[in-house]
Design a protein around this ligand. Structure first.
Ligand SMILES: [Zn+2]
Length: 99
């Protein structure tokens, strides 16, 4: 009885980690029918994972956009003000640790 469809569905019903793994996988590739079904069952009853999937899709899209923009602009640099601000934060952090 361990590997029946019912036991697999019961397993996913209360397993957010597995559901989120499948949600991430779905963004990169097509799920197997059994994976898709388990994810659907979980998402039907878990608002946390539904929100996780939306947020994860946004992050994934932003990362793809960022990577594509970096590839088309190989000479990307940081702005001077950003560098100065970052250096100040590093200095402040190091000075704080030395006190
Ligand atoms: Zn969940």
């Amino acid at each position: 009885m361990k590997n029946t469809i019912y036991s697999k569905l019961k397993f996913i019903q209360y397993n957010c980690i597995e559901a989120q793994r499948l949600a991430i996988k779905r963004q990169e590739t097509k799920l197997l029918p059994s994976e898709y079904m388990r994810l659907k069952v979980h998402m039907a009853g878990c608002s946390v994972c539904r929100e996780f999937e939306k947020f994860s899709a946004l992050v994934n899209k932003a990362m793809h956009t960022r990577l594509h923009s970096m590839n088309s602009n190989a000479t990307a640099t940081l702005e001077d003000n950003y560098k100065k601000d970052l250096q100040q934060k590093i200095d402040d952090f190091l000075n704080h640790d030395n006190k």
